[in-house]
Design a protein around this ligand. Structure first.
Ligand SMILES: NC(=O)c1ccc[n+]([C@@H]2O[C@H](COP(=O)([O-])OP(=O)(O)OC[C@H]3O[C@@H](n4cnc5c(N)ncnc54)[C@H](OP(=O)(O)O)[C@@H]3O)[C@@H](O)[C@H]2O)c1
Length: 328
């Protein structure tokens, strides 16, 4: 079996972790990159960088040519316009599926979707990911495909959750979600391991898999703060941010983004996602189907991330002092 993999999103958080692992495992990786980038995250004898982008079908055809598997990981995770999310997350998938079907024999197709796809009414991002899944199901009927719906993924290289961990590491844990809201989480290496496990399967049966770090029922924000307190051996104060303030900040940020031309992470849609009470998921299907199991729990994952960042020295393992809570 050919071990050539076409990968998109290879310059991002999840994609660059994948390139490293797949390269180290001896796969030949053909990785898409946008030429606007100043640098590439990794080089190696079996990593071939292919210039292009999702709205350039010719570059996608060159990318997938001769590959046995496509891992489509590129995606827009921040922005203010519905059109932006649809262009990258939905139409990008449509073009990748087309490129896959025009290649003979057609490669297997793995889509990095998101748990957000479960609640498409919440945000442009969530809607665009759900539409992409529906499109893959409808247009990719001749393909051997699978989609993953990761929850919040964190670890070295992440720019969304790790800044919050770092803030908690300094002793404060602002909470924007409702007190009882629960989220599942996943350490980056476990997500990569799930993909590597899938690559070893002969057939993908057009499943959409959820996956998490092995903690059923996920976490409340207090649990996350408690884990950071344990890792850093300091008291972490959690406090609720007033809802009205977050919503106003999101509106102001979105307007500023439109004026100054940047892609905002905090938007009204993101606030609706944050306020959603249940972002927990279930490993039962993926574990039954492919035998993957996570190995890194939350405390361990935060410790590894903090060691990587130099926030704590390696092998530090002191007892938890605990968290204190205050509402404002
Ligand atoms: N991180 C999470 O917690 C999480 C959770 C669930 C699902 N996901 C999904 O996982 C995927 C990767 O997320 P991430 O956290 O790694 O995001 P990221 O760090 O922002 O990386 C996004 C990647 O997509 C590429 N990209 C964006 N627009 C593109 C375009 N028009 N043409 C070509 N490439 C384009 C980026 O290229 P540049 O480097 O050139 O910008 C980058 O390589 C996304 O589909 C996301 O929806 C992420």
């Amino acid at each position: 079996m050919s071990r050539v993999i076409a990968l998109t999103g290879a310059t991002g958080f999840i994609g660059s972790a994948l390139v490293k692992r797949l390269g180290a495992d001896g796969f030949v990786v053909r990785a898409l990159y946008r030429q606007s980038r100043a640098s590439l995250p990794i080089q190696g004898p079996n990593i071939h960088w292919v210039p292009g982008q999702l709205d350039d079908p010719g570059s996608l055809e060159r990318l997938v040519e001769g590959s046995e598997t496509i891992i489509h990981c590129a995606g827009a995770v921040r922005g203010s316009e519905r059109r932006h999310f649809e262009r990258v997350n939905t139409e990008g998938v449509a073009r990748m599926v087309r490129a896959a079907m025009q290649t003979h024999p057609s490669p297997r197709f793995l889509l990095l979707s998101s748990l957000a796809a479960r609640e498409p009414q919440l945000s442009y991002y969530a809607a665009s990911k759900r539409k992409a899944e529906e499109l893959l199901r409808a247009d990719g009927h001749q393909l051997n495909w699978v989609a993953l719906r990761p929850p919040a993924v964190y670890g070295p290289g992440d720019r969304e959750i790790t800044p919050l961990f770092k803030l908690m590491g300094k002793g404060v844990a602002p909470q924007a979600s409702p007190r009882q809201a629960r989220i599942s989480m996943l350490y980056i290496d476990d997500l990569v391991a799930a993909i590597v496990t899938l690559l070893a399967q002969d057939d993908w049966h057009r499943f959409i898999f959820e996956l998490h770090d092995g903690h059923p029922g996920g976490y409340r924000w207090d649990d996350v703060a408690h884990a950071v307190a344990g890792v850093t051996d300091r008291t972490v104060h959690t406090f609720r941010l007033p809802r009205a303030a977050i919503r106003s900040a999101a509106v102001v940020n979105m307007l500023a983004a439109r004026v100054f031309g940047y892609a905002p992470m905090l938007s009204p849609g993101k606030v609706r996602e944050i306020e959603h009470p249940d972002w927990t998921c279930d490993n039962a299907t993926i574990t039954t189907q492919i035998g993957w199991q996570p190995t890194t729990g939350l405390t361990d994952g935060i410790r590894k991330t903090f060691v990587f960042l130099g926030v704590i020295p390696d092998k530090r393992n002191r007892p938890t002092r605990g968290t204190r809570h205050a509402d404002i």
